[in-house]
Design a protein around this ligand. Structure first.
Ligand SMILES: Cc1cc2nc3c(=O)[nH]c(=O)nc-3n(C[C@H](O)[C@H](O)[C@H](O)COP(=O)(O)OP(=O)(O)OC[C@H]3O[C@@H](n4cnc5c(N)ncnc54)[C@H](O)[C@@H]3O)c2cc1C
Length: 409
């Protein structure tokens, strides 16, 4: 299989149009590292504004269902959009929005017409951003063991519980979550999936200080605990039927566990290469030391494999090809490779990789952040162990019936 994509003349014309649009609409400062809280919130504002402009063209969610305001584009045009965004160090959406990138496809599969109209259009247009609220203090890997309770009361459900490791900085408009609707029900048949307005009374968001905090615009490293106290949610917000939440979750878990793929260059590789070209050891640029070259070659190979797995999965998913093990395979590879790279970079660069001091450390402290994030990244979206379990089930190890990939339309 040839992993690289080739383009028709029409697609190349589309690329030219997209490139010109990005050049005219992306503020140059959007990817500059914010130096203060004020700059960080201004950066977030710029990203949301860009999101709305992309949404108006159907380019924020290029493969989203067209009749609800999504792009309705095929996979090749979607890859072009992602690649052109990547030239500006951006992804689509250009802000933290894991709740929408995984929540919208979930509603597209499991939602009623009314729910698709209500929820998909604002997401596709960039009018709302969404967080996903799954993990709880006693339910991370064992997601089916969540305790958050939802009790029907007339036309509403009343939600009580606690979620952890949630979202980002700068708050959210909506959040989706899994809650127990049948406390006596069989495991996997006792949960329901809700889309919740984050402004409802009874929701409290409390920031968490974590190992990965403090990097980038603060969006990704920043996590929260979210408390629900007697939160009254309209019944229309229950998507996919009562006690059917585990099946509904199979769609976003497929995307989260590597199935959604990723398009774009490996920015860590570019950063480490540039650092080794610019910094010396014993009066000689790092790049000229044989041991460093050796490590850099391995980093490049691993980065490329990760990039190609990401591209393959994006293509398989949005070209609507069947998948089995590919999602957890990519996710597992990405997590292990990232952890390995953290050690390899430390070996190549030495103690400079551990400091944010501009005299020795890297520009904008990305090497020091990598030392923390390589460890952190093994955990979100299902730990490396869980990816291994998933992959084993998909290829038929330990199960007589192979587990199928989650459904995506
Ligand atoms: C940076 C970050 C961002 C996150 N973002 C979100 C978010 O936006 N929304 C959200 O809902 N959650 C989020 N999470 C939570 C994340 O999904 C959980 O941390 C993860 O699922 C692991 O759960 P846990 O921390 O409870 O660990 P546990 O489930 O308690 O696991 C502890 C250890 O046991 C291992 N283990 C557990 N079960 C098994 C098994 N069956 N087989 C083998 N090993 C096993 C795990 O691999 C791990 O090493 C985030 C976490 C981090 C660190």
């Amino acid at each position: 299989m040839d992993f690289e994509v080739t383009y028709t003349e029409e697609q190349q014309r589309f690329r030219t149009e997209v490139r010109a649009w990005f050049a005219a609409n992306v503020p140059p400062s959007i990817t500059r590292e914010p130096a203060s809280a004020t700059e960080a919130s201004e950066n977030y504002r710029m990203r949301r504004e860009l999101g709305r402009k992309l949404g108006a063209k159907g380019w924020l969610f290029p493969t989203g269902l067209e009749r609800y305001g999504g792009g309705g584009l095929d996979v090749d045009h979607a890859i072009i959009l992602e690649e052109e965004a990547d030239r500006f160090d951006l992804s689509l959406p250009p802000f933290y929005d894991s709740g929408a990138t995984m929540g919208a496809p979930t509603i597209a599969v499991w939602g009623s017409e009314e729910q698709k109209e209500t929820f998909l259009r604002p997401i596709y247009r960039g009018d709302v951003r969404v967080w996903q609220l799954l993990s709880e203090p006693s339910a991370g890997s064992d997601l089916a063991g969540v305790k958050m309770r939802a009790v029907r009361d007339g036309d509403e459900y009343v939600l009580n519980g606690q979620k952890i490791f949630i979202g980002s900085a700068n708050g959210t408009d909506w959040m989706w979550t899994l809650a127990v609707t049948d406390p006596n029900g069989e495991r996997h048949k006792n949960l329901s999936w809700f889309m919740v307005d984050a402004a409802l009374p009874g929701i409290t968001v409390q920031p968490m200080e974590l190992l990965g905090s403090g990097g980038g615009s603060g969006e990704h490293g920043h996590k929260n605990t979210v408390f629900f106290t007697d939160v009254r949610v309209p019944a229309i917000c229950l998507v996919g039927g009562e006690n059917n939440g585990w099946k509904v979750a199979s769609t976003h878990l497929e995307l989260e566990h590597g199935g959604g793929g990723h398009v774009g260059r490996n920015r860590l590789w570019e950063g480490i290469l540039s650092y080794c070209q610019k910094h010396d050891r014993d009066g000689q640029p790092l790049i000229e030391h044989q041991d460093v070259r050796d490590i850099l070659a391995d980093i490049y190979i691993k980065s490329e494999i990760g990039r190609l797995f990401g591209l393959r999965n994006f293509w398989l998913t949005y070209a609507r090809h069947p998948k089995t093990y590919e999602g957890p395979q990519a996710s597992l590879y990405h997590k292990y490779a990232g952890l390995w790279m953290t050690g390899a970079i430390l070996e190549a660069v030495g103690p400079a990789a551990l400091t944010t001091d501009p005299r020795w450390g890297s520009e904008e402290g990305f090497l020091e952040l990598q030392q923390r994030n390589g460890i952190v990244a093994v955990h979100p979206g299902g730990t490396a162990d869980i990816q291994k379990v998933e992959m084993a089930r998909r290829i038929g190890i330990g199960r007589t019936t192979r587990q199928a990939a989650g459904k995506i339309v």
